[in-house]
Design a protein around this ligand. Structure first.
Ligand code: ZN
Ligand code: ZN
Length: 902
C-alpha cells in the first residue's frame, strides 16, 4: 500500500506536464478534421510519438473501413472524406444576439451559419455531397416537422435538447428530408459559441456511418446560431444554400500498437482511443499512456509485458482484439482504458472496475489504490463504487468470451462532453497532472504487482463480504443466501487471480480463510423463493454463447429483422446476463446473478424482456439453447384445439410472439399452426395497423413514430411480429386498404371481410373487417397477449355512436411518390378503461360482460395464455352494456384528461 503512495508521488512530481500538454495539443490538431485523412495523420503522429519515446515494437496496423466487416459483431465504419461543408442562410442578415428577436438591422445579405473550413465540427461526419455549387434547401424546425410540415428536401433544425441520433434522423430520412442541423451541446450555457462534435449521427446504435446507412447532410452549429435559425424558421420560409463535397467510400482504418516486453509474455493492455478530436477525449489518454509507458520503461523491465493499443474507440479495439484471436485470457492479464481520464481537483474521480465475469486482481488493486491515496493531498478525490462492474463501451472486452478485464478511470461529471471548447488550452494543468499520475500508477501496479498485496486484498475481500451482507439486508430481494454466495464467489475468483504473481499456497490459504468468513456470515440466511412465471420459465432454459464478444451491431441479422437489444446491450444488466452464460447455468440463475451484480431487483416485465432477447439472439446464432421448453407448430396446434378452435373457424388474431415464451421457428410457426387449426375452410385475419397520424383527436403527434402510410413498408406495422411475418412471408396476402387500421388475411372469407373497408373510412365502422367478421360468426383470439388488445370494442363504440370518436389527420404516400394529407372521421383518440395491459380482464367492461355471461375460453401455452371470445356474443353483450352506461369503456380516473371530458 505504501508502494502505491510512493509511486503516485513519483509520477506526480516526475512527469513533464508541459510536454504532455504540447503533445495533446498537436494530436488534437491532427484529429480535428474527422476525415479518414485526418485519422491516418493522427495514427502516423502517434506512431512517431511512440518511436520518439523509445517504446519498442511500435507499429501501424490497418483494418478495413468498409462499413461491412464486423469484428466481435461490431461493424466497421465507412471511410469518409470532405473539404467543403457550408450552410449559408439566405437573406437573413446576421444575428444580433443583443436583441430579443435576433433580427439584425439588415436582412438583405446572407449569413454563413456553418462552415467546415472554419471549424471541422460544423459538418457532421458521414455527410454526403450536394450538387457542385450547392443546392437551395428549406429549413424547418423540429416542431414544424412534428406538426406535419412536409420535410422533403429540407434540413430540420432540431430542438436544443434533441441529440442528433437515430431517433430523429431515421424518421426525417424516411420522409425524404435532406438532413438535420443540431445545436445540442453539453455545457451550452457556459459555452454558447462552442460546437458539439457529433459522433453518432446514424440510423442505429452504431457510432459511425456503415454501408446500410442512407445519405444525409448534417451540420453542427453553436447554440446562439441554433436559436437564430429556429427563430427565423419559425417566422417564415427560411432557405439556405447547402454545400458539401462529403464522400463515403471503402477505405482503411489505422490503429497503432507497441509492446514493452516484460519478464513474462502475458500482456497488460493500455488502451486509449484515437480519432475523437477533443483534447480530453481522448488525446489526453493517448499521450498519458505513452507517458506511463515511458515512466515504466525508465524503471526497468516490468513483470508483465505492456501492450499499448491506440485505435478507434470500441470498433478499433474490437478489431484489434479479434486480430489477436478468440479468447485472450491466457495471453492478456487485463487492461486499463484511458478515456477522458483526467482528474481535475474540483471533480471526483471514479475508477470503474472491470465487469466481474472475467476475474481480475486489478479490480482489487484499484480498490486498494483508492484507499491508499485517500489522504494524499495532491491525489484525486475518489468517488468509489465497487458496483456494478460494467461492460459498457469502454470496458466491453471484460466479457469472458473475450477475456480482457478492463478498468476505466473517469471523472464523475463531464459537463463539456464532446464540446469544441475542450482544447488543450482549456484543460486544467492540475487535472492533466493528476490524471496522468493516476494512469501511470495504475499501469505500474498492474504490470508490477507485488505479492505482499495479497494480504490487504484478502482483508478487503473480507470487508466487502461483510458489506455485501449489510447491503443485502438493506435492500433484500432474491434469495439472500444465494446472493451472498455469489458475492463470495466473485471475491474468491478475484483473489484466485492473484496466483498470477503470488504463490499458489498463499492464495489457497487466503481463499480458504475467506470461505470460513463466508460460512460464518451466511448462517441463517434464507435460500429459497417462490419463482414468478417468467423466472420459472427462464430456469428451464440453458443458453450457451456461440460468438466472441458481446453482440452489438447484429451483423448476422438481416437489417429488417434487427432490433434494439435491452440496455443498448452494454449499458445495463443485459451485458452481465450475456457475460455469465457459461452453457451450464440456467437462464433463471444467470438473471439472478446479474441482479446481484447490479444490486437491483428486476420486475417480471424486465425478466420477460431479457428472456425474449436471449431467445432472439439464439434464433440468430449468437447463442445456442442447450435446453429449452419447446413450443413448435405441433404444441401450438394442440393448444389451439384445447382452446376450442375448430376447422372452418373465422378468427381475428391478436398476438404477441414473445407472450408464451420462445417459439421454435418464430412467427411463422404461429401462422402455420393457426392455418392447420382452422384448416382450408377457415379464415384468419391479422391486424396490420400503422401510425400515419399527424393529428389525432385534439392531440398533435408528439412522437417520432409517425410515418406516411406506405403499404409496401411492413416495418410501419406496430401490432407485433406475427402480422409482419404474415405479410412478408405469405406469397399473396390479402390486405385491406385502410390507412391506419388495415387487416390482412387468408382463407375463403378473407376477401369478403377485407374488401369493403375504404382507405379513409372510420377505422372500426360498419365496413371494417371487425363488423364483417362478426356477421360471419367469427371469433377473436388472443395469442399470448392480454384482452387489452381487443380492437373489436372500438367497433362497438362506432356502432353505438359514442361521442368520444373524433377525427384524425393522416398522411399517406401516393403511388407516384408524393404525399397526401387526409382526414379520417370517427377515429380512436384518447384513453380507454381497457387499455391496462395484463389487467384488462378486470376492467369495468369485461367485469360486467362476464357477469352477463360472456364466455372466455382460455388455455395455457408455455408461460403464457391463449384466450378466445365469440364476436356475436361480445357484440350483443357489449352493445347492451354501452347503451346502459355510455361510459363503460372510459376510465373513472379524475386525472385522465381524456375520459373525464365525457
Ligand atoms: Zn472517448
Ligand atoms: Zn382514461
Amino acid at each position: 500500500m505504501q508502494k502505491m503512495q510512493e509511486w503516485y508521488q513519483y509520477f506526480y512530481t516526475g512527469q513533464d506536464c508541459s510536454r504532455i500538454l504540447q503533445d495533446i495539443s498537436a494530436l488534437t490538431a491532427l484529429e480535428l478534421g474527422q476525415t479518414s485523412h485526418a485519422y491516418a495523420a493522427a495514427a502516423r503522429h502517434t506512431l512517431a510519438l511512440l518511436q520518439a519515446a523509445g517504446i519498442p515494437q511500435a507499429e501501424l496496423l490497418s483494418f478495413p473501413a468498409d462499413g461491412r466487416t464486423a469484428y466481435q459483431d461490431k461493424r466497421m465504419p465507412l471511410a469518409w472524406e470532405a473539404t467543403i461543408g457550408k450552410l449559408t442562410l439566405l437573406n437573413t442578415g446576421s444575428p444580433d444576439y443583443n436583441r430579443l428577436n435576433f433580427s439584425g438591422p439588415d436582412s438583405s445579405h446572407d449569413f454563413v451559419a456553418a462552415d467546415f473550413q472554419q471549424h471541422p465540427f460544423h459538418l457532421v461526419k458521414g455527410s454526403v455531397a450536394t450538387a457542385p455549387g450547392g443546392q437551395i434547401a428549406r429549413i424547418i424546425t423540429e416542431g414544424q416537422f412534428l406538426s406535419g410540415e412536409d420535410p422533403r428536401g429540407c434540413l430540420v433544425m432540431l430542438q436544443p435538447l434533441t441529440s442528433p441520433r437515430a431517433a430523429v434522423l431515421k424518421p426525417i430520412l424516411d420522409q425524404g428530408g435532406l438532413g438535420i442541423i443540431s445545436d445540442y451541446l453539453q455545457g451550452r450555457y457556459k459555452t454558447p459559441d462552442a460546437l458539439q462534435w457529433v459522433n453518432a449521427c446514424t440510423e442505429g446504435a452504431h457510432w459511425h456511418v456503415q454501408a446500410d446507412d442512407r445519405p444525409f447532410v448534417a451540420f453542427s452549429v453553436t447554440p446562439r446560431i441554433g436559436d437564430f435559425i429556429r427563430d427565423r424558421a419559425t417566422a417564415g420560409a427560411l432557405k439556405a444554400r447547402v454545400e458539401c463535397d462529403g464522400r463515403r467510400y471503402e477505405g482503411t482504418l489505422p490503429a497503432v500498437t507497441a509492446l514493452l516486453p516484460g519478464r513474462r509474455s502475458e500482456e497488460v493492455w493500455l488502451l486509449a482511443h484515437l480519432y475523437e478530436p477533443l483534447a480530453d477525449d481522448d488525446s489526453f489518454g493517448v499521450v498519458a499512456a505513452i507517458e506511463a509507458a515511458r515512466g515504466l520503461m525508465a524503471r526497468g523491465t516490468p513483470e508483465f509485458s505492456v501492450r499499448l493499443v491506440f485505435a478507434m474507440e470500441f470498433y478499433g479495439y474490437a478489431a484489434y482484439a479479434a486480430s489477436r484471436g478468440e479468447n485472450l485470457r491466457p495471453a492478456v492479464v487485463g487492461a486499463l482504458n484511458l478515456d477522458s481520464s483526467l482528474a481535475p481537483p474540483e471533480l471526483e474521480l471514479q475508477i470503474h472496475l472491470a465487469g466481474p465475469g472475467t476475474p481480475f486482481y486489478g479490480n482489487a488493486l484499484a480498490e486498494l489504490l483508492v484507499r491508499a491515496l485517500a489522504k494524499q493531498e495532491n491525489a484525486p478525490r475518489f468517488a468509489f463504487n465497487r458496483y456494478p462492474g460494467a461492460y459498457h463501451d469502454d470496458q466491453f472486452l471484460s466479457d469472458p468470451s473475450v477475456g480482457v478485464p478492463t478498468i476505466w478511470p473517469l471523472p464523475a461529471h463531464n459537463e463539456f462532453w464532446h464540446n469544441s471548447s475542450q482544447t488543450a488550452a482549456w484543460l486544467s494543468r492540475e487535472g492533466v497532472r493528476r490524471g496522468a499520475a493516476i494512469c501511470s500508477t495504475l499501469v505500474e501496479m498492474l504490470a508490477n504487482p507485488r505479492p505482499e498485496w495479497l494480504d490487504p486484498a484478502f482483508r478487503l475481500a473480507e470487508e466487502n463480504l461483510a458489506d455485501d451482507l449489510r447491503l443485502l439486508s438493506e435492500k433484500p430481494f432474491g434469495r439472500p443466501a444465494e446472493r451472498l454466495r455469489h458475492c463470495w464467489q466473485r471475491e474468491t475468483e478475484r483473489l484466485q487471480d492473484f496466483a498470477r504473481f503470488c504463490s499458489a499456497a498463499a492464495v489457497q490459504e487466503a481463499v480458504a480463510a475467506l470461505a470460513a468468513k463466508y460460512r460464518a456470515l451466511s448462517v441463517g440466511l434464507a435460500d429459497s423463493e417462490k419463482p414468478t412465471p417468467w423466472r420459472a420459465y427462464a430456469a428451464d432454459i440453458v443458453p450457451k454463447r456461440q460468438t466472441v464478444g458481446l453482440p452489438y451491431d447484429l451483423a448476422k441479422v438481416p437489417v429488417r429483422q434487427r432490433r434494439r437489444l435491452p440496455d443498448g446491450v452494454l449499458y445495463g444488466p443485459f451485458a452481465n446476463i450475456l457475460a455469465n452464460l457459461d452453457g451450464r447455468k440456467d437462464l433463471g440463475q444467470v438473471i439472478r446473478e446479474a441482479e446481484y451484480e447490479y444490486r437491483a431487483a428486476l420486475s417480471e416485465a424486465q425478466v420477460k424482456k431479457y428472456v425474449d432477447a436471449v431467445c432472439y439472439l439464439a434464433d440468430w446464432g449468437y447463442l445456442s439453447l442447450l435446453q429449452e421448453v419447446r413450443i413448435g407448430v405441433e404444441e401450438i396446434v394442440a393448444a389451439l384445439r384445447q382452446l376450442g378452435v375448430r376447422e372452418g373457424d373465422l378468427l381475428l388474431v391478436h398476438s404477441s410472439l414473445s407472450g408464451c415464451g420462445h417459439i421454435t421457428g418464430g412467427a411463422m410457426s404461429i401462422i402455420t399452426a393457426l392455418k392447420q387449426a382452422v384448416g382450408p375452410g377457415g379464415t384468419l385475419l391479422f391486424p396490420t395497423f400503422t401510425r400515419p397520424y399527424i393529428y389525432l383527436g385534439d392531440v398533435l403527434n408528439k412522437n417520432y413514430n409517425y410515418r406516411p402510410f406506405d403499404p409496401a413498408d411492413t416495418s410501419q406495422i406496430w401490432v407485433g411480429a406475427v402480422p409482419q411475418a404474415f405479410l412478408e412471408q405469405n406469397p399473396a396476402p390479402l390486405r385491406s386498404r385502410h390507412i391506419t387500421h388495415s387487416w390482412a388475411g387468408v382463407g375463403p372469407l378473407a376477401e369478403e371481410c377485407l374488401r369493403q373497408h375504404q382507405p379513409c373510412d372510420p377505422p372500426a365502422g360498419e365496413s371494417s373487417p371487425l363488423a364483417l367478421a362478426c356477421q360471419h360468426q367469427g371469433k377473436v383470439l388472443f395469442f399470448g397477449c392480454p384482452l387489452a388488445s381487443v380492437t373489436f370494442l372500438h367497433y362497438l363504440e362506432t356502432h353505438c355512436q359514442m361521442p368520444f370518436l373524433q377525427p384524425a389527420v393522416c398522411r399517406r404516400r401516393t403511388p407516384d411518390g408524393g404525399l397526401e394529407t387526409v382526414l379520417i372521421d370517427k377515429h380512436l383518440p384518447g384513453h380507454r378503461d381497457f387499455y391496462c395491459g395484463n389487467q384488462a380482464h378486470k376492467c369495468k367492461f369485461f367485469r360486467r360482460a362476464f357477469e352477463r355471461g360472456l364466455q372466455l375460453q382460455q388455455t395455457s401455452l408455455g408461460v403464457g395464455m391463449l384466450q378466445m371470445l365469440s364476436l356475436p356474443q361480445l357484440f350483443e353483450i357489449g352493445c347492451q352494456l354501452l347503451r346502459e352506461d355510455p361510459r363503460v369503456l372510459l376510465c373513472d380516473d379524475p386525472e385522465c384528461t381524456f375520459c373525464r371530458q365525457f
